[in-house]
Design a protein around this ligand. Sequence first.
Ligand SMILES: [Zn+2]
Length: 188
Amino acid sequence: MEIKNNNKFKTFFKRFGAIGLAGVFSVAIALTIGLTATHPEEQQPVSTGAMVFELPMTNAVVVKDYAEDRLQHNESLKRWEAHLAIDLASENASVFSIYDGVVASVETNSLQGTVVTINHEDGFVSVYGSLADELMVNVGDAVVSGQEIGRASTSATNEIHSGAHLHFTLLKDGETVDPNNYLDLQNK
Ligand SMILES: [Zn+2]
């Protein structure tokens, strides 16, 4: 008796379960067709919209890392300070724009040396300090990602103990950010 009932239940489930399943599939297929028809762009590969930055120097070593909350001793100025930039040095010393942009300013002062500021899209600004005087760009120039803009040097006297290097600062919406979060410095 029990076995019979069980068989009945199985039969019932087989019959109506199959119908139910068919119904679910029909709805799923209809939805898929509907979505495809109304939103064809959703079938395209998804673009994250994330900006991919080039490195400002190739084969570079980090001379001094970014440190917001930790004071580092500045040998040149004989004082402890936060370092809201990353110092890079490489044998060839070439410095590249990390992204497409426009040269917003070129300035030279005794402490930071020659400094090139490039405005990018999405609120990003990259600042290249301690450059040699001879630059490959001028104010107002449009630059592309990876374009050489100048060479690292010892022009920043406030960091002259670091030797020839690039003092690289990255800003987002006017705030200094840690370049390590945006540049793939581990795969340089
Ligand atoms: Zn520095």
